[in-house]
Design a protein around this ligand. Structure first.
Ligand SMILES: [Zn+2]
Length: 391
């Protein structure tokens, strides 16, 4: 049943240099050297910092003669202040590169730190608005090696970071095309300790990225192809990864599906994320869990314009009676099999969210590439259905 590890090991150069394969974290010191780093700063979150996967990586770099520092002063939702602190640590240690190590929050913070070490303007001047990216001093940016420890956000192949502005109480997207890490290590052994509930929620986030990219009307056939295969990997491996966290082949394929989702969503996201972003900010709910619950309700609301795409996906996934209904049934069955609840009420999103969140969803950046430009009232209606479980 399980493939030999050698057959999972590969080097890819799309969308960036990717070293894929279980155990490849051992190559980290060599990749640092190859990229000219002598004093890398490993950035991670405080929960991971004391664990052997992090202490081992730092020690391996030091054993290889690299003066590796550690910065873990970041929150679950990294703030502008966290980024400033990281920049200060980078400068104080005279570092020459960043190892971004952890889940989506750690990777986002690390990428923003690597951007900011070379800038004289404040962080919010680089918010993804208009042509703000032109303000970036590209030469000053630090090189980044990204090592994800969860399979979901795909931030390791993303060109942006989500950072919380704690004065304005909003999440801002910091964007520059060169924020895409120079090198990524996809080592599934680093994800093996993730509890099954988080494996399920983050895995569904990866699926939502692949699916929403497929549904986006933006013309990007390469991303469409990636979204199809990324969805197929989730179809084949997510349940296995949830049922047995030590199933390294399933963990590996989910890590790949996660990177593929974030590559595909250069084509755009949609209404799942447009709703999940404000709900996450208002109710402190898990991003992947929100997308997982919202998924069938949003698909249903988009049915009239995505049925051809979903029929192609159904054929590719080899679902019975390929059509929109087949994909919907597949999503519902997959969700149930990995313990995702059917309603937002089950994760304590109150009925009172309806009437507030719709207006915020319309303003979210993901709304622009939903195949139907929903009004605030339509977003509120979808949300109401997801709270009560009316499909
Ligand atoms: Zn997401």
């Amino acid at each position: 049943m399980n493939a030999p590890i050698a057959s999972l090991t590969a080097n890819w150069n799309y969308p960036t240099a990717v070293k894929a394969g279980p155990g490849r974290i051992r190559e980290l010191p060599q990749h640092c050297r190859d990229m000219g780093m002598k004093r890398p700063l490993l950035v991670t979150d405080p929960g991971l910092a004391p664990l052997p996967i992090v202490t081992g990586a730092v020690q391996a770099c030091r054993d290889a003669g690299l003066d590796c520092g550690l910065f873990s002063g970041i929150k679950g939702n990294p703030t502008g202040r966290n980024v400033e602190d990281g920049v200060a640590a980078y400068r104080a240690g005279e570092h020459d590169g960043v190892i971004a190590f952890g889940g989506g929050s750690a990777l986002d913070a690390a990428k923003a730190i690597a951007l900011m070490v070379g800038q004289s303007r404040p962080l919010w001047d680089f918010e993804d608005v208009g042509d703000n990216y032109l303000r970036v001093n590209v030469q000053g940016m630090a090189p980044v090696i990204a090592v994800p420890t969860t399979a979901g956000t795909g931030s390791e192949v993303g060109r942006a970071s989500v950072i919380t502005d704690d004065e304005a109480h909003v999440k801002r997207i910091i964007f520059h095309a060169r924020m895409l890490p120079t090198l990524v290590i996809l080592d599934a052994e680093l994800t093996a300790a993730l509890p099954s509930r988080l494996t399920a929620a983050t895995g569904m986030d990866a699926l939502s990225h692949n699916l929403e990219a497929l549904c986006s009307p933006f013309h990007h056939p390469m991303a469409t192809g990636i979204g199809m295969e990324g969805s197929r990997l989730v179809h084949q491996y997510l349940r296995r990864a949830v049922e047995d966290g030590q199933d390294i082949e399933a963990r590996h394929q989910m890590l790949v599906a996660s990177s593929m989702g974030a590559t595909a969503f250069q084509k755009g996201l949609g209404a799942m994320h447009a709703l999940a972003h404000p709900l996450g900010a208002l109710y402190d709910a898990h991003h992947g869990m929100l997308n997982a619950i919202l998924m069938p309700y949003v698909l249903k609301a988009n049915e009239s314009v995505v049925s051809d795409t979903m029929t192609r996906l159904a054929r590719y996934l080899d679902l019975p009676k390929p059509g929109f209904g087949a994909v919907l049934d597949w999503v519902l069955a997959l969700r149930e099999s990995i313990g995702i609840p059917h309603t937002l009420a089950a994760i304590h999103i109150p009925e009172a969210a309806v009437g507030t969140v719709g207006a915020l969803a319309v303003q979210d950046g993901s709304a622009a590439t939903n195949p139907i430009p929903f009004t605030p009232q339509e977003y509120d209606r979808i949300l109401g259905h997801a709270i009560s479980g009316t499909l």
